[in-house]
Write a protein that binds this ligand. Structure first.
Ligand SMILES: [Zn+2]
Length: 419
């Protein structure tokens, strides 16, 4: 009996010991194998959020490197089972995963712009999520970037801020658009486009040299035709004017802002003393005109308000300059991209001037927050083009190309991520 009891105790102890041994072995295996299962990149204007999903928390360091610009994420004691892939966006051009040593992994993101690491933190699992490492990047100046390059500026789980984490989960989750996160991707809302038929009322604009065609009539007809074309494609479209009335330039910009336009397009037809001058061109805003001709055109178009008897200097030069400088780089980049699509589509159907996308200081393009372009549809001073622009069939061809360009612009992934 006694021997049996001793044997039983021994057996129990051995079992406990054995179990402990198995547990230790298991633990040492799992401890070396935190699985990073997924990676997502979300984007807002001027900032990017990178999220790693993992089955457990892990130690990390996040820092920047230069020449070329990179974001480095070192994950300690972690395995990355499947190849992480992330869509490119206008901040991150490519992603690589490598082995730092036997246990640690390194993920490198190639950056297209200087950034700062705003925060990096680990989030505990919630009902539907695993552990997450969240890294927020903001676009910065080259100087700020170069001041924060190197491992010594690394953010890690030791430096990460916990209170930021809880704040981030409660406030900013819904604002982030993750390209790979289909469930949380909001349905794209209907895009709003404001079309601006140039001139009107007492201001006829350019007058055709042969048929005495008024620019204000051509632009209004084109505005209505393009509106119809865009509405067929599902856009919400407003005209700054739908009748023959005079509207000051500033007012046109305000109309676009009132409607919260996603895109603003001003329609014009040019005129030149050289009767042979012909072709279509697209303008976006710049403080400096791309050439003398562009500057002169902007001056002609901007004089409209003086013709109309309205004080053009409603905003002082200083305020105008501030408005321009406020205009986000993102907005100008969008305008340029839009202009490029318009040029690309128009090229297929009509003659363009040599330097088709040009830059000048048009007052009507100065909404600081709305991507804008001005289309000069052709020259009323040219006999052939005046004749074309009078015809609805020709304008409809232009309208169809412009509508296709607008479609391509909004479905550009870089652009789509920014709206
Ligand atoms: Zn004009």
């Amino acid at each position: 009996m006694a021997m049996n009891k001793i044997y039983d105790i021994f057996k129990q102890k051995a079992l406990v010991f054995f179990e402990a041994l198995v547990f230790c072995l298991l633990f040492s295996v799992t401890a070396g194998a935190v699985n990073i299962t997924n990676m997502r990149i979300g984007q807002q204007v001027g900032s990017v959020r990178v999220v790693f999903d993992a089955d457990s928390k892990f130690d990390y360091e996040v820092f920047l490197l230069s020449d070329p610009k990179r974001l480095v994420v070192d994950a300690h004691n972690a395995d990355i089972k499947k190849a992480l892939s992330a869509d490119k966006n206008n901040l991150i051009s490519s992603t690589r995963v490598g082995k730092l040593n036997e246990h640690d992994k390194r993920v490198v993101f190639d950056l297209q712009k200087p950034v700062l690491i705003k925060q990096a933190f680990m989030l505990e699992p919630s009902k539907n999520t695993n552990w997450r490492l969240v890294i927020d990047l903001v676009v910065s100046s080259e100087r700020d970037f170069s001041n924060k390059v190197g491992v010594k500026y690394a953010l890690s789980n030791k430096t990460g801020t916990k209170n930021l984490a809880s704040k981030a989960t409660s406030t900013s989750k819904s604002n982030w658009l993750f390209s790979s996160d289909k469930a949380s991707k909001p349905k794209p809302r209907q895009k709003i486009i404001v079309l601006d038929p140039g001139h009107g009322g007492k201001d006829p604009g350019a007058v055709g040299a042969y048929g005495k065609t008024f620019e204000k009539n051509v632009t209004l007809a084109m505005g209505k035709e393009l509106k119809a074309e865009l509405e067929k494609k599902g856009y919400k479209v407003y005209l700054t004017r739908s009748t023959d009335i005079f509207i000051p330039l500033r007012q046109r910009v305000k109309i676009a802002q009132k409607y919260k336009a996603d895109l603003f397009m001003s329609l014009h037809a040019d005129s030149a003393t050289n009767k042979k001058a012909k072709g279509l061109s697209v303008y976006t805003l710049s403080e400096t005109a791309s050439d003398k001709e562009a500057a002169a055109l902007a001056e002609r178009e901007n004089k409209v308000d003086i013709i109309g008897g309205v004080d053009f200097s409603e905003n002082s030069k200083e305020i105008n300059d501030i408005l321009i400088s406020l205009s986000q780089t993102d907005c100008r980049n969008k305008s340029s991209k839009f202009a490029a699509y318009v040029v690309g589509e128009m090229r297929k159907s009509v003659k363009l001037v040599g330097d088709t996308h040009r830059f000048a200081g048009f007052a009507v393009l100065k909404a600081p927050d709305i991507p804008s372009a001005l289309l000069e549809m052709g020259y009323l001073s040219n006999k052939e083009e005046e004749n074309f622009l009078k015809q609805s069939s020709y304008r409809k061809k232009l309208a169809s190309s412009a509508a296709t360009a607008i479609d391509k612009y909004f479905s550009d992934p870089e652009i789509a991520a920014l709206y």
